[in-house]
Design a protein around this ligand. Structure first.
Ligand code: CP
Ligand code: NVA
Length: 302
């Protein structure tokens, strides 16, 4: 049966570990210039309804490294954008392709697409979730902290797709997740309740409480793609949630600071913090490549 990657909540601990182990080997092979082409002759279609730098590049370059090719499909250039049904698009694309990545607004669309596709479907970000990001961020944490078992990760800011995927990961893996979000900007209610029940997850209003003794301080934009019209009101609502030197001082001395990028410098994070030695944002972005390759290999090589 084909496997998809729609949400990290669908993964069990063994699957996380397999991805991290694979990513580690792939990173090493790339560093030593060892060719590794298990996806020779295979093709990934990538439907984008939202902008992307890292996701597009990591999947496209990753596919090339693995011996296959990727095709970028802007939603406005394919018939899906003109009303062809999700089911017809998924069935037809499955005839040509060996895997399909989707970056779009609606999680329901991705789930429906996956239900009709006969090849693996990868969620490259929706309004609700960003699973590939969190897998790669956990890989970065393992590199920096040896293990995901134990560290306290403090997510400061908007209860958005990245926050929701962090909660889903915390429901499955033994790390502590504290979130600080302003009232009205909490993570998805169902995901949060489930995460609190199944994992070590707590939500605070006060960012310094969430950041206290953290090993990792993580943030993301205050207005995600599609929320540009709310930017002004969000800047006001989030003004006390900036990741700056004062907030980071509540965390452990050897804290690492993470951001999925793109960053709005001077809003959710200051230049001083994102450009400081504590910040691992560029390695985080690099690891998207290795982890995306591990995911594609797991789903598409057979
Ligand atoms: N972090 C991330 O997904 O970046 P892009 O939007 O550039 O793909
Ligand atoms: N929350 C952000 C993440 C970008 C990678 C957004 O959805 O725009």
């Amino acid at each position: 049966m084909k496997k998809d990657l729609l949400s990290v909540y669908d993964l069990e601990k063994a699957a996380f570990d397999e991805i991290f182990e694979r990513a580690r080997s792939l990173k090493k092979m790339l560093r030593y210039g060892e060719p590794h082409t298990p996806l020779r002759g295979k093709t990934l279609g990538m439907i984008f309804e939202k902008s992307s730098t890292r996701t597009r590049l990591s999947f496209e370059v990753g596919m090339y490294h693995l011996g296959g090719m990727a095709i970028f499909l802007s939603i406005s250039d394919i018939q899906l954008g003109r009303g062809e049904t999700v089911a017809d698009t998924a069935r037809v694309m499955s005839v040509y392709l060996d895997g399909i990545l989707l970056r779009t607004f609606s999680q329901e669309l991705v789930d429906e697409f996956a239900g009709h596709a006969t090849v693996p479907v990868i969620n490259g970000l929706t309004d609700l979730l960003h699973p590939c990001q969190i897998l790669s961020d956990l890989f970065t944490i393992i590199e920096k902290r040896e293990s995901y078992e134990g560290p306290k990760i403090a997510y400061i800011g908007d209860g958005n797709n990245v926050a929701n995927s962090w909660i889903n990961a915390a429901a499955k893996l033994p790390f502590q997740l504290t979130l600080a979000c302003p009232a009205g900007y909490d993570p998805d209610e169902t995901i949060l309740e489930r995460g609190m029940k199944e994992g070590n997850v707590a939500l605070y209003r006060n960012p310094s409480e969430a950041a206290k003794d953290a090993d990792v301080v993580y943030t993301d934009v205050w207005a995600s793609m599609g929320q540009e019209d709310e930017h002004e009101q969000r800047v006001e609502a989030f003004k006390d949630y900036q990741v700056n030197d004062a907030l980071v001082s509540y965390a452990k001395d050897d804290v690492i600071v993470m951001h999925c990028l793109p960053a709005h410098r001077g809003e959710e994070i200051t230049d001083e913090v994102i450009d400081s030695p504590r910040s691992v944002v560029v390695e985080q972005a690099e690891n998207r490549l290795h982890v995306q390759k591990a995911i594609m290999e797991m789903l598409m090589a057979s």
